[in-house]
Design a protein. Structure first.
Length: 232
């Protein structure tokens, strides 16, 4: 046992979003996505490492519902909130992760040291269901505050192999629930660009995320982040 350090990509997502309804106060859209197995999976010979993704292909679908209250004008056309404007979003998502093959030590999860190594275990990762609600409020022209709550449920994994081991033990604690809070303070330069006072449309956000509650190996985490995005 010793300290361990690594750097890796997580799984990568490619998504396509389509807005199928828009009115003065409502916007409805759907997003289809693909998960690419770019993450690093758990090393069965290292007891202290941690995976950076499922390292599996997946297919997902999300439906989005926005209720918007915004004064007409330039800011509305640009999609930028000003003082007194707000929108409420609800999103429901389902992701099916496709079966694959991974190496495992087929041991009880609470006694992970055993000689039962199978490098070709057939794994079917449990699908993921998510429900999210958020609200964005305009504080100043281009400056918004957005609190968001996210609930995630993951179904149990299933495993099969051909070496005669008890593969059912790998299913233990692979289902999970988590509750997370995401708080963002963001600023958009879109209004400044429209008024020719800034050259590039940028979005900057300061983000605080905390997992409030979880079970079955979902780490209790909290972190600060900074997001910079540009439009062209």
């Amino acid at each position: 046992m010793q300290s361990w350090l690594d750097a890796s990509f997580s799984d990568i997502f490619a998504e396509l979003k389509y807005q199928y309804y828009r009115s003065e106060h409502w916007r409805l859209a759907a997003t289809g996505g693909v998960r690419f197995p770019a993450g690093r999976w758990d090393d069965p010979n290292n007891l202290v490492d941690y995976p950076t993704g499922y390292a599996a292909w997946g297919l997902g679908l999300q439906v989005h519902q926005d209720f918007v209250w915004q004064k007409p004008g330039l800011a509305q056309r640009l999609g930028v909130l000003t003082p007194g404007d707000f929108f409420i979003n609800t999103t429901f998502g389902y992701e099916a992760i496709l079966p694959d093959e991974k190496p495992f030590r087929v041991c009880d999860i609470h006694q992970p040291i055993c000689p039962n190594l199978d490098r070709h275990v057939q794994r079917d990762v449990g699908d993921i269901v998510e429900a999210q609600i958020s609200a964005s409020v305009g504080l100043l022209p281009g400056l918004t505050l957005t609190p968001m709550y996210l609930y995630t449920h993951k179904f149990q994994d299933h495993f099969h192999g051909h070496l005669g081991f008890n593969y059912r033990v790998l299913r233990a604690e692979t289902d999970a629930d988590s509750h997370s809070l995401d708080l963002r303070l963001g600023y958009s330069t879109a209004l400044l660009v429209a008024e020719k006072r800034f050259p590039v449309p940028l979005s900057l956000s300061l983000r605080y995320v905390e997992r409030l509650a979880s079970n079955n190996n979902r780490l209790q985490t909290r972190y600060l982040g900074f997001i910079l995005a540009g439009s062209f």
